[in-house]
Ligand binder design. Structure first.
Ligand code: PT1
Length: 260
């Protein structure tokens, strides 16, 4: 899954392309590099990020989803927690709703069910603006597992069949370095929930905390973490650097397939 951010600051390339054309070119590049899914997001959810209005997010996301579906051969997911954006993006052709809030917003379960989309339900403690303020757990693996099970059950009860649900422990979403490492080390435990697992570690600050790396030097660390996740059964890896990620997780998957 390649990351396509459509936030105003993500395409400051000196005006060579208009934003829509730049987003399309980036999507095309990621698909050429091996991405099967392009994840379109109009609201940043990284720590400290400010919320975006519904209209603003619709204006950013819907035209991009439409054009990708028209011009590129790939699946599109929409990274949103807003029901109105889920509906509009799926009408424009998105087939997967990637919700870092696990469909907890009022009306989100109904919007996802009515859109007929597959969903990714992610664990987040708190909200992006404040989630990194002293996160605490008794047993992070058990608590995240219980949350994912509860959200999986809520989605099924709302009419979304289990074979259309992916689960994600939410690396970096209300977690310390220690929590993130524990979740990555024990990802295999969530396989028992009976849904494909999605993992996102690309360029995240856990590598700053682990190794002191700035954002532009986190690729090798992120590839190692993604490989470890795939070894434990992760089915979908969300990443910015698609070519390197496809090579790393392809190798990990080839080895994992021969495990006995
Ligand atoms: C993710 C994810 C996502 N991550 C899914 N969707 C982001 N399903 C957006 C940091 O610590 O892991 N899974 N959508 C990006 N979020 C973050 C979080 C970015 C933390 C950076 C950090 O630097």
């Amino acid at each position: 899954m390649g990351v396509l951010n459509v936030t105003p600051d993500s395409f400051s390339d000196g005006g060579r392309y208009r934003p829509l054309e730049a987003a399309l070119a980036h999507a095309r590049e990621m698909v050429a590099e091996g991405a099967a899914i392009v994840d379109v997001g109009g609201e940043s959810t990284r720590p400290g990020a400010q919320p975006v209005s519904e209209q603003e997010e619709l204006d950013r996301v819907v035209p991009v989803v439409e054009r990708i579906r028209r011009d590129i051969d790939c699946a599109v997911s929409v990274d949103t927690l807003k029901p109105a954006v889920m509906r509009a993006a799926c009408r424009a052709g998105a087939e997967l709703i990637n919700d870092v809030n696990a469909l907890r917003a009022p009306g989100a379960l109904e919007a996802a069910r009515e859109a007929g989309a597959a969903v990714c339900l992610m664990h987040m403690r708190g909200e992006p603006r404040t989630m990194q303020r002293n996160p605490q757990y008794g047993d992070v693996v058990a608590e995240v597992g219980a949350f994912l099970q509860e959200r999986r059950d809520a989605a099924e009860a709302a009419g979304i069949s289990r074979d259309r649900i992916a689960l994600d422990p939410g690396i970096g979403f209300g977690k310390t370095l220690e929590h993130n490492l524990s979740l990555l080390a024990n990802l295999g435990r969530f396989a028992g929930l009976g849904c494909p697992l999605l993992i996102g570690v690309s360029r995240k600050s856990m590598f700053q905390h682990l190794l002191g790396l700035p954002v532009d030097r986190r690729l090798p660390a992120g590839l190692a973490a993604a490989a470890v996740a795939v070894w434990q059964g992760a089915a979908i890896v969300r990443a910015h650097d698609v070519k390197a990620t496809v090579e790393a997780v392809g190798t990990a998957a080839a080895i994992a397939a021969r495990h006995r």
